[in-house]
Design a protein around this ligand. Structure first.
Ligand SMILES: CC(C)(COP(=O)(O)OP(=O)(O)OC[C@H]1O[C@@H](n2cnc3c(N)ncnc32)[C@H](O)[C@@H]1OP(=O)(O)O)[C@@H](O)C(=O)NCCC(=O)NCCS
Length: 199
């Protein structure tokens, strides 16, 4: 799936967080009953080592803390990514970060390589630029994480440079490729996608 494909969007809201629908996925606010699947999927070093805040090992209490704390801060929109039968497969979200909100995401390893991250991020990005009215988004990927870099590129993000990011699971900082998506680029890609479909 690419940014050029139209995505069926929001259907209804859970509290302040909408439910976003895509062709294969539903993105919704995390709930306490998601603790077990979230803990099972996130307890993998391949996820922790590539995200800033996920600890390793990742216990049920970590999942409870994540779920209880999600969507409490101003400007934060955290979603669980589920298949259409409500199987939890990962998480993504937008959190305030300096002057530009930051996009974060991870998928359970059994679900890698099927285009799910790209599909989930397209819906999240559309939500950020429409409902939330953001002018730009930023994201980071460890320089050793080509899959994440590719997902960002498929969503229209452009590389802006390299920085250092604290990675909790390795208790250290690591080099990160920084990316940015401006509203104008997002809007142009959406328009181009619509024009391609009618031509
Ligand atoms: C990064 C991550 C979200 C990708 O999820 P995914 O559902 O597999 O991603 P998609 O299938 O949508 O796209 C992956 C793309 O990366 C490409 N890719 C995968 N491994 C790659 C590699 N080693 N080198 C180059 N490209 C690679 C895939 O081919 C695909 O691109 P394509 O569609 O052009 O073929 C998942 O690997 C993950 O959760 N990783 C750990 C956490 C993380 O890195 N989070 C992001 C940082 S915040």
């Amino acid at each position: 799936m690419t940014l050029l494909e139209e995505i069926p969007r929001e259907t209804f809201r859970e509290g302040s967080i909408p439910v976003l629908e895509t062709k294969r996925l539903i993105l919704r606010a995390p709930r306490l009953e998601d603790t077990k699947p979230v803990a099972a999927l996130a307890n993998d070093r391949r996820i922790a080592d590539n995200t800033a805040r996920i600890p390793h090992p990742y216990k049920a209490s970590d999942a409870e803390g994540f779920i209880a704390g999600a969507n409490k801060a101003d400007g934060e929109a955290v979603f669980l990514i589920t298949l259409r039968d409500d199987t939890v497969i990962g998480a993504c979200g937008i959190v305030p970060h300096e002057s530009t909100p930051e996009l974060g995401y991870w998928l359970g390893v059994p679900y890698w390589g099927k285009g799910y991250a790209t599909e989930a991020l397209h819906a999240t990005i559309d939500y950020a630029f429409t409902d939330l009215g953001h002018d730009a988004l930023q994201a980071g990927a460890r320089v050793t994480n080509p899959a994440s870099r590719r997902v960002l590129e498929k969503c229209g993000f452009q590389w802006t440079g390299v920085g250092l990011y604290r990675i909790r699971a390795i208790n250290s900082s690591a080099p990160i490729d920084r990316f940015r998506l401006e509203r104008g680029i997002w809007s142009a890609l959406k328009t181009w996608g619509r024009m391609k479909r009618v031509s």
